[in-house]
Design a protein around this ligand. Structure first.
Ligand code: AMP
Length: 415
């Protein structure tokens, strides 16, 4: 079933969205991209005359109630975005009465699904090494099914529009789909769009294909880096990863973020890139700071010669130009992860140079896909989100899809 084919009139729809939006210390939303992303699906259901039960996670409360991660904080923003009042169910597993009382056009937001360990389905309070772990896991999986069944009981149909969590086999993203027949479960518009964007990039690669991977660590990106090496012509690695590569090659990185246990891996990536004929582009110079602070003193130094007590927090001018040159000539572009600590205004130049070059290439006809929370925050901060071809709401999900993995959230619906 597709969302366009479905008539929601008189139906109750339970919709998994990804409203894991960043909040400031006062609980105010700092970037509402994810809420805006789900609006077409939510509005279609209401416009058809359906009623809406919205469910999401927020943060990592690890199976416990934690006011810091309460979705009550975003209730009014969701209401404002939808242009209607939103009711709130303070316990997502005890919302049957609230759901039953919903009239067509009404909206109910459930409290954070991850206040229940059943959502993620991982046993709590027991280590993997414990002999009782396997039994605990089995028990938790059974509880996860019950939890999913409860959620399913609130509604006539299920829509998954949470691309950000589509790579997880959680109660609300995958298990719940078992309780609806094929005619009553579907992907939302955002999911459809995301899946199509990935298909686009994988099935119709125009060359040169340039991937830019940034962020803090090599370890969290290694799967995708290795996979991309079979697909791309140019691979730009930037951000905190720069210093693991610099050290691996005998450089001195001072206090820069560096994964000492990944030095061999870095050398292996350099070797593989050579073997596969991939142009691996690493930072050569950096903006080093004497503290992890926006107001730190700075100096431009080679990425391999950072003085003691200093740390590289952004790409230097030569690096920025080298990155931009490669990006400007690309025909297909994937960007995930910033080139520096872009949250500090004084260390945005590297990420800005990448964003500007992507915009330039896109204007010349390249297909550019930007994904992952931080890269999205970057393009929003620089005001260029509408000047790239596609901004994905997914981080891990986008990368796994590009790695060619089948996303459980998609498989649960499409089979
Ligand atoms: P990730 O979650 O791995 O994509 O990393 C994103 C984070 O990497 C952002 O919060 C950046 O501030 C951070 N980051 C980027 N470059 C550096 C750097 N040179 N040193 C420390 N953190 C960095």
């Amino acid at each position: 079933m597709t969302i366009d084919q479905y008539n929601f009139a008189g139906k109750k729809a339970i919709v998994r969205v990804d409203f894991n939006v960043p909040l400031d210390e006062n609980g105010k939303i700092t970037d509402d991209t994810r809420i805006r992303g789900a609006l077409p699906t939510l509005k279609k259901i209401l416009a058809d005359g359906g009623s809406l039960i919205i469910m999401s996670h927020m943060g990592k409360p690890k199976g416990k109630v934690n006011a810091k991660f309460s979705l009550a904080q975003i209730k009014d923003a969701v209401g404002a975005a939808l242009g209607t009042e939103v009711k709130f169910a303070a316990d997502c597993a005890k919302a049957a009465d609230d759901a039953a009382a919903l009239k067509p056009g009404e909206v109910l937001l459930l409290e954070n699904l991850r206040f229940y360990p059943e959502e993620e389905g991982k046993p709590v309070g027991i280590e993997k090494e414990d002999p009782a772990y396997e039994d605990a896991k089995k028990e938790m999986k059974a509880r996860q099914k019950e939890f999913a069944k409860t959620l399913a009981s609130y509604a006539d149909c299920y829509v998954n529009d949470a691309f950000g969590t589509a790579h997880r086999k959680h109660a609300s993203t995958a298990v719940i789909a078992d309780y609806f027949d094929a005619d009553n479960k579907m992907l939302g518009y955002l999911m459809e769009k995301e899946v199509t964007a990935v298909d686009n990039i994988l099935s119709n690669i125009k060359r040169p294909f340039t991937a830019i991977m940034g962020g803090s660590k090599v370890s969290t990106k290694i799967g995708i880096i290795e996979n991309l090496m079979d697909k791309v012509d140019n691979l730009i690695l930037c951000g905190g990863m720069t210093y693991t590569f610099a050290k691996a090659q005998g450089g001195h990185v001072g206090l820069s973020i560096c994964e000492d246990d990944k030095l061999d891996l870095a050398l292996d990536i350099i070797k593989k890139a050579k073997e596969k004929g991939v142009n691996l582009v690493l930072g050569t110079d950096c903006v080093a700071a004497d503290a992890f602070s926006n107001d730190a003193n700075t100096q431009i130094v080679p990425a391999t010669e950072i003085p003691d007590g200093w740390e590289g927090l952004d790409a230097g001018p030569a690096t920025r130009e080298a990155f931009a040159e490669v990006i400007r000539n690309a025909k297909t572009i994937l960007w995930n992860g910033p080139a520096g600590v872009f949250e500090f205004d004084n260390f945005t130049a590297g990420s800005r140079a990448i964003a500007d070059a992507i915009v330039e290439a896109t204007e010349k006809g390249a297909f550019s896909l930007v994904g992952g929370g931080d890269s999205v925050a970057c393009v929003n901060k620089f005001g260029v989100a509408d000047k790239v071809s596609y901004v994905s709401t997914g981080g891990g999900a986008l990368l796994e899809a590009i790695e060619g993995k089948v996303l459980p959230g998609v498989a649960a619906i499409k089979g």
